[in-house]
Ligand binder design. Sequence first.
Ligand SMILES: [Fe+2]
Length: 288
Amino acid sequence: MRILHFSDPHLDPDLRAVPVSEWPGKRIIGAANLLLNRRRHFDRVDEKLAALDRFRQEQNVDLVLCTGDYTVLGTEPELERARKVIAPLTRAPLGFLTVPGNHDLYMPDTVRDQRFERIFGDLTGAGEWPRLRLLDPGVAVVGVHSARPNPQPWRSSGRVPPEQLEALARILALPDMQDRFVLVMTHYAPRLWNGQPDSPSHGMTNAEEFLDVCRSIRKGAILFGHVHRRYRVDVPGLQTVLFCAGSVSQNGREGLWLFEIDGSSAKAVPGRWDGSGYALAENEAYEF
Ligand SMILES: [Fe+2]
């Protein structure tokens, strides 16, 4: 099975489309940051996502996974536009699975009106989180929801709620999971590229507990984004490998992973942007 993992496309919002009622608070600061800084780092996102779909077809990808942050300010017009832009990628033979990022849940209003669930719900699965999808032959994808609104301007941290950690432990113990290759995907990075935890104001605040639950996975990987840098990192005592896809679209940092899973063995090949399309760095492939 060939699986494409990307993250953090951060489509550029049309600021004129942001409803007046949603401006007070952190969105004004976010919009100022967008105009002053962020926009020049994300000025070709539509073009890159179209190229990503060409890459998906050329590489015979069976399944696409995205670990969130489609938007910048989490407004409904942004989410609707993002859902349209990624629509071609959802036509992979086994479909497209996703979890929300913190920018998609930027302010408490996003949670109140369930806008991510309404607009992306067909790509997350249904029911309580974590959401499990069994894929034959022999793969399971578990989506863990670690994002939350951070109304404070200085904070963009996340956490996996305790109920989800308990449910994740139960899912991982299911008899049907024992021989599968298990991919756990979430927005927040449990570890940085150097093996250290991210900062309390930016990272997954209960990464230790999350990784403890993942220790029962015999064969698999933990996939995430949020940190705009593609990397792979091993954690002592954990049989699963951690992969950060970085941002698929940030100028100069574009990254992705392509996984080839065959029974209990897997190969991960990093991908990068070459100026007009995405290409694999086969010489940097990692087997696990
Ligand atoms: Fe991001």
